[in-house]
Write a protein that binds this ligand. Structure first.
Ligand SMILES: Cc1cc2nc3c(=O)[nH]c(=O)nc-3n(C[C@H](O)[C@H](O)[C@H](O)COP(=O)(O)OP(=O)(O)OC[C@H]3O[C@@H](n4cnc5c(N)ncnc54)[C@H](O)[C@@H]3O)c2cc1C
Length: 280
């Protein structure tokens, strides 16, 4: 007899995770597809599942002077419609799937699923967001990108779960999410780019580019980004080709059913050009 768990509180969830091996399910919009079973109607998930969607204490948005905190079970539609949420994240969620999926899907699930094409993950990395991770014995905080270990793999221990996402308040003179996909409403990205940039007195003071679907994980290289800090906007515009060339080695897409490597690479480089053209 498989022992599934449906905790009502965070503590109950953490106790269950401590004592047994579970597959956490939040909205189920990735897991139900990954484990679909054509011959029957129910998906076959190999481990007992821990259904956390009911854990109300993780369903919230909390604004503090330093950051916006989003609880792990907050559905995407609620995040999208909150005025507390940075515009770039609202826009990113708008580009994810359709209303029915967004009503169930969570950002924590988007992160933990660790798809290289995950749109929410891409934007949260560009926003320098942190994760609050908890087990029964401890709580820790890491940068969102540090939880990813590879394509579809994360570094959470078996007794840990994401309990919240923290987005630091920061000056942004430009924040944009570009997604190139197929049919709107359920198109997984062929290529995406989230850009979060701040310019003060014509000088770049913050610069983050995160790319989706062009490598084994969402691509973000802090060292390359930091080379932009201190540049004057005019110089950025003049040196557009050199800046694109600087990012080029990071873009290593593959061919798959959605697109080709050649197309993806060219589009990703064109998106950098678009960011620079729109910079002011
Ligand atoms: C039709 C369709 C269209 C889609 N379109 C897009 C799209 O355009 N862009 C996009 O990025 N995604 C898309 N998705 C994928 C999916 O909707 C998102 O990745 C979603 O955010 C996953 O969240 P969830 O809560 O449903 O995760 P679940 O399916 O419940 O879980 C996903 C993974 O995360 C883990 N997990 C969930 N919550 C936690 C937690 N709190 N702590 C630790 N681990 C956790 C689970 O164990 C599992 O491994 C689409 C899916 C469908 C079915």
């Amino acid at each position: 007899m498989v022992n599934h768990g449906m905790p009502q509180t965070l503590e109950e969830a953490l106790i269950l995770l401590k004592n047994d091996e579970y597959q956490i399910i939040a909205g189920g919009t990735d897991l139900m597809v990954q484990h679909r079973h054509w011959a029957q109607t129910l998906p076959k998930i190999p481990k007992p599942v821990l259904f956390i969607h009911h854990v109300k204490e993780l369903n919230y948005l909390l604004d503090t002077p330093e950051y916006l905190e989003i609880g792990a079970t907050t559905p995407m539609d609620m995040i999208m419609s909150s005025p507390l949420v940075p515009k770039i994240l609202q826009h990113t969620i708008e580009e994810i799937a359709a209303p029915g999926i967004r009503h169930m899907a969570t950002l924590a699930g988007n992160i933990a699923n660790a798809s290289p094409a995950a749109d929410g993950l891409c934007t949260l990395i560009a926003l320098s967001a942190d994760l609050v991770i908890a087990s029964l014995d401890r709580k820790r905080m890491i940068k969102v990108e540090e939880v990813i270990s590879g394509p579809k793999r994360n570094k959470l221990a078996k007794d840990e779960m994401i309990i919240a996402i923290r987005i630091p308040h920061q000056d942004q003179s430009m924040s944009e999410f570009y997604k190139v996909g197929g049919r709107r409403a359920d198109a997984i990205s062929k290529v995406s780019l989230a850009a979060v940039i701040h310019v003060h007195q014509s000088i770049i003071t913050n610069w983050h580019l995160a790319f989706g679907a062009v490598g084994p994980r969402v691509v973000h290289d802090i060292h390359t980004d930091q080379r932009m800090i201190g540049m004057k906007i005019d110089d950025v515009k003049r040196q557009t080709d050199a800046i694109i060339a600087m990012y080029e080695p990071l873009i290593t897409p593959i061919d798959d059913q959605r697109s080709t490597a050649v197309y993806r690479k060219q589009v990703a480089l064109n998106l950098i050009r678009r960011v620079i053209i729109n910079l002011h």
